[in-house]
Design a protein around this ligand. Structure first.
Ligand code: PGA
Length: 241
């Protein structure tokens, strides 16, 4: 793991955007793995601005998002489909037919997971995977568990994640309890990984991810074994290292 630390979250976003842009310049038809959550929002803002200013062309990029809530249709205001359209796809000119997320409204979630996994493989796998990290160490929606998930799968969200997601929904009852997520194996298959974390709240889980045992109880700890992973942190997220 390579660890890069910047003083301020805005510098983290600028560097992350520069790294994504470098990937796209190297290979305009690359496959990106994308994340939702609050962490990548400034990164997507920077990519959108670069595209609007003519400094970046994402028209040939194919993307696969990590996850989607079970039960939310693509046009639901809190779906990750909507999140990605608003924060990145519409503004940066990522073609709708090339921007993929698992279908949370699929009648058969298990079949949808198999389809999604096969589609990523058929696209040649992921060149660069962007990750955030949950307070419990989840990547995608791979929550702490007894084993590392291999492929895209349907998962139950933990109490800590439900609580973290509560702010986006009107009531506790509306917070989805399940999600479809790329597996740890899917994520691990990416040729390059960029995990971004900012803020003091992430300091402890970053310490456990980097310095702790490699264990499915801290899903992100598996990245210690990945040959090409960078952690891009602000001072606060790196403060317990
Ligand atoms: P956050 O979520 O970016 O909103 O902190 C990260 C995650 O849960 O993966």
């Amino acid at each position: 793991m390579q660890i890069i630390i910047r003083d301020h979250p805005s510098e983290v976003a600028e560097l992350a955007a520069a790294l994504v842009r470098a990937q796209i310049l190297r290979k305009p038809e690359c496959v990106l793995g994308l994340a939702t959550g609050s962490t990548p929002v400034p990164l997507y803002g920077a990519l959108a601005r670069m595209s609007e200013d003519g400094l970046l062309d994402m028209s040939l990029v194919t993307s696969y998002n990590l996850d989607e809530y079970v039960g939310l249709a693509a046009d639901h205001p809190q779906s990750y489909h909507t999140f990605m359209r608003e924060h990145l796809f519409d503004r940066a000119g990522v073609r709708p037919d090339q921007a993929h997320l698992p279908d949370g409204a699929a009648g058969n979630p298990d079949a949808e997971c198999i389809r999604y996994e096969a589609e990523i493989k058929a696209a040649g796998g992921i060149d660069l995977q962007i990750l955030g990290i949950g307070l419990n160490g989840h990547i995608g929606f791979n929550e702490p568990s007894e084993s590392f998930s291999k492929q895209t799968c349907a998962v139950e969200l933990t109490q800590s994640t439900l609580q973290a997601n509560r702010r986006f929904f009107g009531s506790d009852e509306e917070v989805p309890r399940r999600a479809l997520t790329m597996g740890i194996g899917t994520i691990f298959g990416a040729r390059e990984i960029l995990l971004i974390a900012v803020g003091a709240g992430k300091a402890d889980i970053i310490r456990r991810t980097v310095r702790g045992d490699i264990t499915p109880q801290v899903p992100a700890s598996v990245l210690q074994l990945h040959p090409n992973t960078r952690l891009l942190l602000d001072r606060e997220a790196a403060s317990a290292l």
